[in-house]
Design a binder for this molecule. Structure first.
Ligand code: MG
Length: 380
Protein backbone atom coordinates (compact mmCIF):
# COMPACT_ATOMS: atom_id res chain seq x y z
CA UNK A 1 0.00 0.00 0.00
CA UNK A 2 1.19 3.47 -0.83
CA UNK A 3 2.04 5.70 2.12
CA UNK A 4 -0.37 8.51 2.93
CA UNK A 5 0.50 11.74 1.20
CA UNK A 6 1.85 14.33 3.63
CA UNK A 7 0.40 17.78 3.00
CA UNK A 8 1.27 21.25 4.31
CA UNK A 9 -1.41 23.91 3.76
CA UNK A 10 -0.12 27.47 3.75
CA UNK A 11 -3.09 29.74 4.36
CA UNK A 12 -5.41 27.03 5.68
CA UNK A 13 -7.97 29.50 7.10
CA UNK A 14 -8.60 31.33 3.82
CA UNK A 15 -11.02 30.49 1.03
CA UNK A 16 -8.84 27.90 -0.77
CA UNK A 17 -7.41 26.65 2.55
CA UNK A 18 -10.78 25.84 4.10
CA UNK A 19 -11.94 24.16 0.88
CA UNK A 20 -8.74 22.09 0.92
CA UNK A 21 -9.56 20.98 4.47
CA UNK A 22 -13.09 20.22 3.27
CA UNK A 23 -11.94 17.69 0.63
CA UNK A 24 -9.41 15.91 2.87
CA UNK A 25 -11.78 13.02 3.69
CA UNK A 26 -11.88 12.21 -0.07
CA UNK A 27 -8.12 11.74 -0.32
CA UNK A 28 -5.57 9.65 1.50
CA UNK A 29 -3.65 12.37 3.31
CA UNK A 30 -1.89 13.34 6.49
CA UNK A 31 -1.67 17.03 7.34
CA UNK A 32 1.77 18.07 8.61
CA UNK A 33 1.46 21.87 8.73
CA UNK A 34 -1.21 24.58 8.75
CA UNK A 35 -0.79 28.36 8.69
CA UNK A 36 -2.85 31.51 9.02
CA UNK A 37 -2.29 35.24 9.11
CA UNK A 38 -4.23 35.82 12.33
CA UNK A 39 -7.46 33.77 12.24
CA UNK A 40 -6.32 31.70 15.19
CA UNK A 41 -9.70 30.42 16.39
CA UNK A 42 -10.22 28.62 13.09
CA UNK A 43 -6.58 27.52 12.99
CA UNK A 44 -6.88 26.08 16.49
CA UNK A 45 -10.00 24.18 15.46
CA UNK A 46 -8.26 22.81 12.32
CA UNK A 47 -5.13 21.91 14.32
CA UNK A 48 -7.11 19.97 16.94
CA UNK A 49 -8.94 18.05 14.22
CA UNK A 50 -6.00 17.37 11.91
CA UNK A 51 -3.06 17.17 14.38
CA UNK A 52 -0.29 18.67 12.22
CA UNK A 53 3.32 18.67 13.40
CA UNK A 54 3.54 22.44 13.22
CA UNK A 55 1.38 25.51 12.73
CA UNK A 56 2.21 29.15 12.08
CA UNK A 57 0.49 32.51 12.49
CA UNK A 58 2.10 35.29 10.46
CA UNK A 59 1.03 37.88 13.02
CA UNK A 60 3.31 37.72 16.10
CA UNK A 61 0.62 38.56 18.68
CA UNK A 62 -1.73 36.01 17.14
CA UNK A 63 1.05 33.39 17.26
CA UNK A 64 1.59 34.02 20.99
CA UNK A 65 -2.13 33.58 21.65
CA UNK A 66 -2.20 30.45 19.52
CA UNK A 67 0.71 28.99 21.46
CA UNK A 68 -1.20 29.46 24.72
CA UNK A 69 -4.31 27.87 23.24
CA UNK A 70 -2.41 24.83 21.92
CA UNK A 71 -0.25 24.41 25.05
CA UNK A 72 -1.94 21.08 25.89
CA UNK A 73 -0.85 19.59 22.53
CA UNK A 74 2.55 18.66 21.10
CA UNK A 75 2.00 20.88 18.04
CA UNK A 76 4.84 23.34 17.42
CA UNK A 77 3.61 26.93 17.07
CA UNK A 78 5.70 29.21 14.86
CA UNK A 79 5.34 32.82 13.72
CA UNK A 80 6.13 35.21 10.90
CA UNK A 81 7.83 34.56 7.57
CA UNK A 82 10.40 32.22 9.20
CA UNK A 83 7.55 30.11 10.53
CA UNK A 84 5.78 30.09 7.17
CA UNK A 85 8.99 28.97 5.45
CA UNK A 86 9.53 26.24 8.07
CA UNK A 87 5.98 24.95 7.52
CA UNK A 88 6.67 24.82 3.75
CA UNK A 89 10.13 23.28 3.80
CA UNK A 90 10.71 21.56 7.16
CA UNK A 91 7.39 19.96 8.07
CA UNK A 92 8.08 16.72 6.21
CA UNK A 93 5.43 17.47 3.56
CA UNK A 94 5.40 15.70 0.18
CA UNK A 95 3.28 18.47 -1.29
CA UNK A 96 2.68 22.06 -0.19
CA UNK A 97 -0.62 23.80 -0.92
CA UNK A 98 0.24 27.49 -1.34
CA UNK A 99 -3.07 29.14 -0.53
CA UNK A 100 -1.80 32.37 1.03
CA UNK A 101 -2.81 35.55 -0.77
CA UNK A 102 -0.28 37.76 -2.48
CA UNK A 103 3.47 38.21 -2.71
CA UNK A 104 3.90 36.73 0.77
CA UNK A 105 3.70 33.31 -0.91
CA UNK A 106 6.91 33.72 -2.90
CA UNK A 107 9.60 32.90 -0.33
CA UNK A 108 7.88 29.86 1.23
CA UNK A 109 7.08 28.49 -2.24
CA UNK A 110 10.71 28.83 -3.30
CA UNK A 111 11.87 27.25 -0.02
CA UNK A 112 9.52 24.32 -0.59
CA UNK A 113 10.81 23.84 -4.14
CA UNK A 114 14.42 23.99 -2.96
CA UNK A 115 13.53 21.30 -0.39
CA UNK A 116 12.14 19.10 -3.18
CA UNK A 117 8.44 19.42 -2.29
CA UNK A 118 5.77 19.31 -4.99
CA UNK A 119 3.60 22.44 -5.06
CA UNK A 120 -0.18 22.65 -5.33
CA UNK A 121 -0.10 26.25 -6.49
CA UNK A 122 -3.03 28.42 -5.50
CA UNK A 123 -0.91 31.54 -4.95
CA UNK A 124 -0.77 32.96 -8.48
CA UNK A 125 1.23 36.00 -7.35
CA UNK A 126 4.27 33.74 -6.92
CA UNK A 127 4.42 32.99 -10.65
CA UNK A 128 3.38 36.50 -11.65
CA UNK A 129 6.29 38.01 -9.69
CA UNK A 130 8.97 35.41 -10.22
CA UNK A 131 7.72 32.90 -12.79
CA UNK A 132 11.08 32.50 -14.52
CA UNK A 133 12.95 31.85 -11.28
CA UNK A 134 10.27 29.56 -9.83
CA UNK A 135 9.88 27.40 -12.94
CA UNK A 136 13.66 27.09 -13.35
CA UNK A 137 14.06 26.03 -9.70
CA UNK A 138 11.22 23.50 -10.11
CA UNK A 139 12.88 22.01 -13.21
CA UNK A 140 16.25 21.79 -11.48
CA UNK A 141 14.77 20.11 -8.39
CA UNK A 142 12.44 17.88 -10.39
CA UNK A 143 9.37 19.06 -8.46
CA UNK A 144 5.89 19.33 -9.91
CA UNK A 145 3.98 22.61 -9.93
CA UNK A 146 0.35 21.47 -9.91
CA UNK A 147 -2.04 24.34 -10.59
CA UNK A 148 -5.01 24.88 -8.29
CA UNK A 149 -6.35 27.98 -10.06
CA UNK A 150 -9.44 26.65 -11.87
CA UNK A 151 -8.38 27.89 -15.31
CA UNK A 152 -4.86 26.54 -15.02
CA UNK A 153 -6.13 23.25 -13.66
CA UNK A 154 -8.42 23.05 -16.72
CA UNK A 155 -5.47 23.69 -19.04
CA UNK A 156 -3.42 21.13 -17.12
CA UNK A 157 -6.19 18.54 -17.47
CA UNK A 158 -6.41 19.20 -21.23
CA UNK A 159 -2.63 18.87 -21.52
CA UNK A 160 -2.85 15.43 -19.85
CA UNK A 161 -5.11 14.33 -22.69
CA UNK A 162 -2.70 15.58 -25.38
CA UNK A 163 -0.12 12.79 -25.03
CA UNK A 164 2.84 15.12 -25.36
CA UNK A 165 1.55 17.11 -28.34
CA UNK A 166 2.46 20.78 -27.89
CA UNK A 167 -0.32 23.25 -27.25
CA UNK A 168 -0.61 25.98 -29.85
CA UNK A 169 -2.95 28.30 -28.06
CA UNK A 170 -4.67 28.71 -24.71
CA UNK A 171 -8.24 29.98 -24.45
CA UNK A 172 -8.31 31.45 -20.95
CA UNK A 173 -11.89 31.95 -19.83
CA UNK A 174 -12.99 34.83 -17.60
CA UNK A 175 -16.34 35.31 -15.89
CA UNK A 176 -16.15 39.02 -16.62
CA UNK A 177 -16.89 39.78 -12.97
CA UNK A 178 -19.73 41.95 -11.63
CA UNK A 179 -19.16 44.77 -14.13
CA UNK A 180 -19.40 42.91 -17.41
CA UNK A 181 -20.97 45.09 -20.07
CA UNK A 182 -20.24 48.41 -18.39
CA UNK A 183 -18.42 51.12 -20.30
CA UNK A 184 -15.19 52.72 -19.16
CA UNK A 185 -17.19 55.82 -18.10
CA UNK A 186 -19.66 53.80 -16.02
CA UNK A 187 -16.79 52.07 -14.25
CA UNK A 188 -15.80 55.36 -12.57
CA UNK A 189 -18.74 55.20 -10.15
CA UNK A 190 -18.32 51.64 -8.93
CA UNK A 191 -18.46 51.23 -5.13
CA UNK A 192 -16.58 48.91 -2.83
CA UNK A 193 -19.73 46.88 -2.08
CA UNK A 194 -20.56 46.44 -5.77
CA UNK A 195 -16.98 45.35 -6.48
CA UNK A 196 -17.09 42.79 -3.66
CA UNK A 197 -20.21 41.04 -5.03
CA UNK A 198 -18.98 38.43 -7.53
CA UNK A 199 -21.68 36.64 -9.55
CA UNK A 200 -20.19 33.11 -9.78
CA UNK A 201 -17.26 32.50 -7.47
CA UNK A 202 -17.15 32.83 -3.70
CA UNK A 203 -13.62 34.05 -2.95
CA UNK A 204 -11.50 36.21 -0.66
CA UNK A 205 -11.68 40.04 -0.85
CA UNK A 206 -8.42 40.62 -2.75
CA UNK A 207 -9.16 38.20 -5.58
CA UNK A 208 -12.78 39.39 -5.76
CA UNK A 209 -11.59 42.94 -6.42
CA UNK A 210 -9.06 41.58 -8.91
CA UNK A 211 -11.95 39.85 -10.69
CA UNK A 212 -13.94 43.08 -10.77
CA UNK A 213 -11.04 44.96 -12.41
CA UNK A 214 -10.19 41.85 -14.45
CA UNK A 215 -6.63 42.17 -13.16
CA UNK A 216 -7.18 38.61 -11.93
CA UNK A 217 -7.37 37.47 -15.57
CA UNK A 218 -4.28 39.50 -16.38
CA UNK A 219 -2.40 37.84 -13.52
CA UNK A 220 -3.68 34.47 -14.75
CA UNK A 221 -2.41 35.18 -18.25
CA UNK A 222 1.07 35.69 -16.79
CA UNK A 223 0.63 32.58 -14.62
CA UNK A 224 -0.33 30.53 -17.72
CA UNK A 225 2.60 31.92 -19.71
CA UNK A 226 5.05 30.59 -17.11
CA UNK A 227 3.29 27.32 -16.32
CA UNK A 228 2.91 26.28 -19.95
CA UNK A 229 5.89 28.08 -21.48
CA UNK A 230 3.72 29.82 -24.05
CA UNK A 231 3.94 33.30 -25.58
CA UNK A 232 1.39 35.80 -24.22
CA UNK A 233 0.22 36.42 -27.80
CA UNK A 234 -0.89 32.77 -27.90
CA UNK A 235 -3.15 33.17 -24.87
CA UNK A 236 -6.59 34.48 -25.74
CA UNK A 237 -8.82 35.77 -22.97
CA UNK A 238 -12.48 34.90 -23.58
CA UNK A 239 -15.28 36.20 -21.39
CA UNK A 240 -17.57 33.32 -20.48
CA UNK A 241 -20.33 34.44 -18.13
CA UNK A 242 -21.44 31.04 -16.90
CA UNK A 243 -17.99 29.90 -15.65
CA UNK A 244 -18.67 26.35 -16.85
CA UNK A 245 -15.84 26.05 -19.39
CA UNK A 246 -12.86 26.53 -17.07
CA UNK A 247 -10.48 27.06 -20.01
CA UNK A 248 -9.53 25.37 -23.25
CA UNK A 249 -6.48 24.46 -25.29
CA UNK A 250 -6.01 24.45 -29.07
CA UNK A 251 -3.67 22.08 -30.90
CA UNK A 252 -1.88 22.16 -34.28
CA UNK A 253 -4.81 20.51 -36.07
CA UNK A 254 -7.27 23.08 -34.76
CA UNK A 255 -8.85 20.74 -32.23
CA UNK A 256 -9.95 22.54 -29.06
CA UNK A 257 -10.13 20.59 -25.80
CA UNK A 258 -11.84 22.12 -22.79
CA UNK A 259 -12.53 21.11 -19.21
CA UNK A 260 -16.03 21.79 -17.94
CA UNK A 261 -17.64 21.71 -14.53
CA UNK A 262 -19.71 23.81 -12.19
CA UNK A 263 -17.77 26.67 -10.57
CA UNK A 264 -16.45 24.97 -7.42
CA UNK A 265 -12.80 25.11 -6.36
CA UNK A 266 -12.89 21.75 -4.63
CA UNK A 267 -12.36 19.82 -7.88
CA UNK A 268 -9.18 21.65 -8.99
CA UNK A 269 -7.84 21.56 -5.42
CA UNK A 270 -8.49 17.85 -5.17
CA UNK A 271 -7.03 17.06 -8.60
CA UNK A 272 -3.79 18.85 -7.70
CA UNK A 273 -3.55 16.64 -4.61
CA UNK A 274 -4.54 13.31 -6.19
CA UNK A 275 -2.95 13.79 -9.64
CA UNK A 276 -2.73 11.71 -11.76
CA UNK A 277 -5.59 9.82 -10.06
CA UNK A 278 -9.19 10.97 -10.10
CA UNK A 279 -11.32 10.15 -7.07
CA UNK A 280 -14.93 11.07 -6.19
CA UNK A 281 -15.33 14.74 -5.26
CA UNK A 282 -17.88 16.48 -3.02
CA UNK A 283 -18.55 19.21 -5.59
CA UNK A 284 -21.95 19.01 -7.34
CA UNK A 285 -22.07 17.53 -10.86
CA UNK A 286 -22.58 19.49 -14.04
CA UNK A 287 -25.82 19.14 -15.95
CA UNK A 288 -25.43 20.61 -19.43
CA UNK A 289 -29.17 20.37 -20.10
CA UNK A 290 -29.90 22.36 -16.94
CA UNK A 291 -27.18 24.88 -17.82
CA UNK A 292 -28.92 25.41 -21.15
CA UNK A 293 -26.56 27.77 -22.89
CA UNK A 294 -22.97 28.86 -22.73
CA UNK A 295 -21.98 32.33 -23.94
CA UNK A 296 -18.63 33.77 -24.99
CA UNK A 297 -17.46 37.34 -25.62
CA UNK A 298 -14.32 39.29 -26.36
CA UNK A 299 -13.12 41.21 -23.31
CA UNK A 300 -13.53 45.02 -23.28
CA UNK A 301 -9.98 46.23 -22.75
CA UNK A 302 -11.09 49.85 -22.55
CA UNK A 303 -13.46 49.27 -19.63
CA UNK A 304 -10.93 46.90 -18.06
CA UNK A 305 -7.51 48.51 -18.66
CA UNK A 306 -5.86 46.05 -16.25
CA UNK A 307 -5.91 43.47 -19.07
CA UNK A 308 -3.59 45.47 -21.31
CA UNK A 309 -1.32 46.35 -18.40
CA UNK A 310 -0.90 42.66 -17.64
CA UNK A 311 -0.37 41.76 -21.31
CA UNK A 312 2.33 44.40 -21.57
CA UNK A 313 4.01 43.11 -18.40
CA UNK A 314 3.83 39.55 -19.74
CA UNK A 315 5.51 40.52 -23.00
CA UNK A 316 8.28 42.52 -21.33
CA UNK A 317 8.97 39.91 -18.59
CA UNK A 318 11.95 40.87 -16.34
CA UNK A 319 10.64 42.56 -13.21
CA UNK A 320 7.40 43.78 -14.82
CA UNK A 321 5.29 41.03 -13.25
CA UNK A 322 6.58 41.95 -9.80
CA UNK A 323 5.93 45.67 -10.41
CA UNK A 324 2.45 44.97 -11.80
CA UNK A 325 1.57 42.72 -8.89
CA UNK A 326 3.09 44.87 -6.14
CA UNK A 327 1.38 47.98 -7.45
CA UNK A 328 -1.91 46.11 -7.77
CA UNK A 329 -1.77 44.65 -4.25
CA UNK A 330 -1.08 48.11 -2.82
CA UNK A 331 -3.79 49.77 -4.93
CA UNK A 332 -6.40 47.11 -4.07
CA UNK A 333 -5.53 47.66 -0.39
CA UNK A 334 -6.16 51.39 -0.79
CA UNK A 335 -9.46 50.73 -2.55
CA UNK A 336 -10.62 48.28 0.15
CA UNK A 337 -9.72 50.91 2.77
CA UNK A 338 -11.91 53.41 0.91
CA UNK A 339 -8.94 55.66 0.03
CA UNK A 340 -9.10 55.51 -3.77
CA UNK A 341 -11.82 54.96 -6.35
CA UNK A 342 -12.24 51.83 -8.43
CA UNK A 343 -10.79 53.21 -11.67
CA UNK A 344 -7.75 54.46 -9.80
CA UNK A 345 -6.59 50.89 -9.12
CA UNK A 346 -5.53 50.37 -12.75
CA UNK A 347 -4.35 53.98 -13.03
CA UNK A 348 -1.95 53.52 -10.13
CA UNK A 349 -0.66 50.24 -11.55
CA UNK A 350 -0.07 51.92 -14.94
CA UNK A 351 1.73 54.77 -13.23
CA UNK A 352 4.03 52.35 -11.37
CA UNK A 353 4.86 50.48 -14.60
CA UNK A 354 5.72 53.78 -16.30
CA UNK A 355 7.72 55.28 -13.44
CA UNK A 356 9.82 52.32 -12.29
CA UNK A 357 12.69 51.56 -14.69
CA UNK A 358 12.80 48.05 -16.19
CA UNK A 359 15.15 45.58 -14.49
CA UNK A 360 15.94 42.00 -15.43
CA UNK A 361 14.94 40.37 -12.12
CA UNK A 362 17.71 37.79 -12.12
CA UNK A 363 17.32 36.91 -8.44
CA UNK A 364 14.69 36.77 -5.71
CA UNK A 365 16.24 39.91 -4.19
CA UNK A 366 15.63 41.74 -7.48
CA UNK A 367 12.02 40.58 -7.44
CA UNK A 368 11.54 41.70 -3.84
CA UNK A 369 13.13 45.09 -4.68
CA UNK A 370 10.78 45.56 -7.65
CA UNK A 371 7.83 44.67 -5.43
CA UNK A 372 8.89 47.22 -2.78
CA UNK A 373 9.44 49.95 -5.38
CA UNK A 374 5.98 49.34 -6.85
CA UNK A 375 4.23 49.46 -3.47
CA UNK A 376 6.13 52.59 -2.46
CA UNK A 377 5.16 54.25 -5.75
CA UNK A 378 1.47 53.46 -5.27
CA UNK A 379 1.33 54.36 -1.57
CA UNK A 380 3.61 57.39 -1.80
MG1 MG B 1 -8.89 31.59 -11.60
Amino acid sequence: MKAMKKIAILGSTGSIGTQTVDILPSIDAEIVALTTNKRISLLEEQARALRPKMVCAMDEAAARELKTRLADTDIRVLSGMDGLIACAAESGADIVVTAVVGMVGLLPTMAAIEAGKDIALANKETLVCAGGLVMRAAREKGVKILPVDSEHSAIFQCVQAAQGNPIEKILLTASGGPFFGRTAGEMRHVTREQALAHPNWNMGAKITIDSATMMNKGLELIEAMWLYDIAPADIEIVVHRESIVHSAVEFADGAVLAQLGIPDMRLPIQYALTYPARVPCKAPRLSLAQTGKLTFFEPDCEAFPALNLAKRAAEQKGDRGAVLNGANEAAVGLFLDGKIGFAEIAERVASALDAIPFQKAASLDDVLAADRAARAHVLG
